[in-house]
Design a binder for this molecule. Structure first.
Ligand SMILES: CC(=O)N[C@H]1[C@@H](OP(=O)(O)OP(=O)(O)OC[C@H]2O[C@@H](n3ccc(=O)[nH]c3=O)[C@H](O)[C@@H]2O)O[C@H](CO)[C@@H](O)[C@@H]1O
Ligand SMILES: C=C(OP(=O)(O)O)C(=O)O
Length: 420
C-alpha cells in the first residue's frame, strides 16, 4: 500500500492547475447510460474513482475510448443491468447507476453500498423516489432490485426529507426519460448537480429550476449525443488554498472559479488570508500575515461544504486562537482528529463539534488516512509540521485528488510517494 512521506516547513509558492471535479465527473459518466448516441466528455480528472466507474460501465456494455481531451463513451447497447458488489464496494457513487438503468432499461440490480468511515450513508431516499415513480424496489441479498415491469417510469412529486446530492442526481437521471412531469423538491443545489443538469439539457432533457431547490423535469422519449466539459473541482481548489494558508505561502489556483466556493473563500479571508480573484483563477497570499482561527458549520450548498471540513480543522490547529468546527452532514466525520492528536494538535471533540485550540508547532508522525478528505488534512498537517510525517493508506487520496504529490512538489513541497 502506497504512503506519502512529507517533510514540513516549506511555504507553498506558485501556480497549480485545478482538475475537473470528481463529484461532477462521476454522475455525468453514469448519465452515459441514458443515450444510445455518442457521449463525449472533456476535463475528466485522472482518478481511481473514474477508472472504477469506467470499469463498472464496461460491465453494463458501455464502451469508452480515451481521447486527447477526455473520453468518448457509447451505450449503443446495454448488455447487463447489474452493478456487482465487486465494483460498488470500491466506490459509493456506483449507486448512481440505479436511476439511469431503470430509466433506460426498466430494471436494475445494484449492490447496496456499505457503510464507510464518515457515516452510515443510507440510500433510502434514492429508493423511495424510484418507488414514487412507479418502480418496484426491493432489497435482496445485499442488492437493490428495481423493476418497472416493462413500463416507463412515471413522473412524480418527490419531496426529499434531507438534502441529498447523489439522491437528487439519481432521481434527476431517472426523471429525464420518465413519462410526464417530475418535481424534485428540497433538491441539492451543489454545483455538481447543476453541471449534471446542464449536461442532461445538452442531451435534450427538459429541466427547469436548475440551481434552485426545486427541479421540474418533463420526461422526453430519448436523449441524444452531446459534448460536455466537466466543471472545475471546488474541493481540490479549496484544499490547495488551505495548504497555502497553513504553510504561510502564496498560491494561484488556475482553471477554477471562485463562484463555486464562496463560503470557503469567505472563511479563508476571515482567517486572515489575502485573496485575489479573476474569472478563472484564485490567488491566496499568506506571507507576513497571521492565521486566525475560524468557526465553521457544514451544511448543504451554498453553505460551507462538509468536504472542506477536515482541511479547516487542520487550519485551526495551527492558527491563533480557538475555532469550533461543527459537522452537520455526516455523523462520523472526525476520524482525522485522533491522527492530528498524534501530531500534537489540541482538539476536543464534543458530539458533532470539534473545538480546536491553535498550537505553535505540530510534530511529524506516522498517521493513518481514513477517508479522502481526512487524508488531505493529514498531508496539509505534514506540510506544516517539524520533521517527517508518513501518511499511510493514501489509496483514499488517489480516489479523489489527481497527482496530489506532483502538484504539491511543483509548489515547492517535499512530498514523496513511497510504494510498500
Ligand atoms: C460522489 C459525491 O457527490 N459525493 C458527495 C455527496 O455524497 P452523498 O450524495 O452520498 O451525500 P448525501 O448528500 O446523499 O448525504 C447527505 C446526508 O443525507 C443522508 N442521506 C442521504 C441519502 C439518503 O437516501 N438518505 C439519507 O439519510 C446522508 O446519510 C447524509 O447524512 O455529497 C456529500 C455531501 O455534500 C459529499 O460529502 C460527497 O463528497
Ligand atoms: C465523501 C466524498 O466522496 P464519496 O461520496 O465519493 O465517498 C468526498 O469527495 O469527500
Amino acid at each position: 500500500m502506497d504512503k506519502f512521506v512529507v517533510s514540513g516547513g516549506v511555504p507553498l509558492s506558485g501556480d497549480v492547475i485545478i482538475s475537473g471535479a470528481k463529484n461532477a465527473a462521476l454522475p455525468i459518466l453514469f448519465a452515459s447510460i441514458l443515450t444510445a448516441e455518442k457521449f463525449e466528455l472533456t476535463n475528466v480528472p485522472n482518478l481511481h474513482d473514474i477508472k472504477t466507474t469506467l470499469g463498472l460501465l464496461a460491465e453494463l456494455g458501455i464502451t469508452s475510448e480515451k481521447t486527447s481531451e477526455g473520453y468518448i463513451l457509447s451505450a449503443s447497447a446495454i448488455t447487463s443491468t447489474t452493478a456487482p458488489y465487486e465494483q460498488v464496494r470500491k466506490m459509493r457513487a456506483s449507486i448512481l447507476a440505479l436511476g439511469p438503468l431503470v430509466a433506460r432499461c426498466g430494471e436494475a440490480k445494484v449492490s447496496l453500498p456499505g457503510g464507510c468511515a464518515i457515516g452510515a450513508r443510507p440510500v433510502n431516499l434514492h429508493i423511495n423516489g424510484l418507488q414514487q415513480m412507479g418502480a418496484d424496489v426491493t432489497v435482496e441479498h445485499g442488492y437493490i432490485v428495481a423493476t418497472t415491469h416493462g413500463k416507463k417510469l412515471q413522473g412524480a412529486h418527490i419531496i426529499f426529507d434531507t438534502v441529498t446530492v447523489t439522491g437528487t442526481e439519481n432521481l434527476l437521471m431517472a426523471a429525464v426519460l420518465a413519462e410526464g412531469q417530475t418535481i424534485l423538491e428540497n433538491a441539492a443545489r451543489e454545483p455538481e448537480v447543476i453541471d449534471l443538469a446542464n449536461c442532461l439539457i445538452a442531451m435534450g432533457a427538459k429541466i427547469s429550476g436548475v440551481g434552485s431547490d426545486t427541479l421540474v423535469i418533463d420526461g422526453v422519449e430519448f436523449l441524444h449525443a452531446c459534448k460536455h466539459s466537466i466543471l472545475p473541482d471546488r474541493i481540490e481548489t479549496g484544499t490547495f488554498l488551505v495548504a497555502a494558508a497553513v504553510t504561510g505561502g502564496q498560491v494561484r489556483c488556475l482553471n477554477t472559479s471562485a463562484k463555486l466556493l464562496e463560503a470557503v473563500i469567505k472563511k479563508l479571508q476571515d482567517a486572515g488570508a489575502a485573496i485575489e480573484i479573476t474569472e478563472d483563477s484564485i490567488s491566496l497570499d499568506m506571507r507576513g500575515r497571521k492565521l486566525k482561527a475560524v468557526n465553521v458549520k457544514t451544511a448543504p450548498h451554498p453553505a460551507f461544504p462538509t468536504d472542506m471540513q477536515a482541511q479547516f480543522t487542520v487550519l485551526n490547529c495551527v492558527a491563533e486562537g480557538t475555532g469550533t468546527i461543527h459537522e452537520t452532514i455526516f455523523e462520523n466525520r472526525f476520524m482525522h482528529v485522533p491522527e492530528l492528536h498524534r501530531m500534537g494538535a489540541d482538539i476536543e471533540l464534543e458530539g458533532h463539534s470539534a473545538i480546536v485550540r491553535g498550537v505553535k508547532t505540530l510534530t511529524g508522525a506516522e498517521v493513518m488516512a481514513t477517508d479522502l478528505r481526512a487524508s488531505a488534512c493529514l498531508v496539509i498537517a505534514g506540510l506544516f509540521a517539524d520533521d517527517e510525517t508518513s501518511v499511510n493508506r493514501i489509496y483514499h487520496l488517489d480516489r479523489g485528488y489527481e497527482q496530489l504529490e506532483v502538484k504539491l512538489s511543483k509548489l515547492g513541497a517535499n512530498v514523496k510517494r513511497v510504494s510498500a
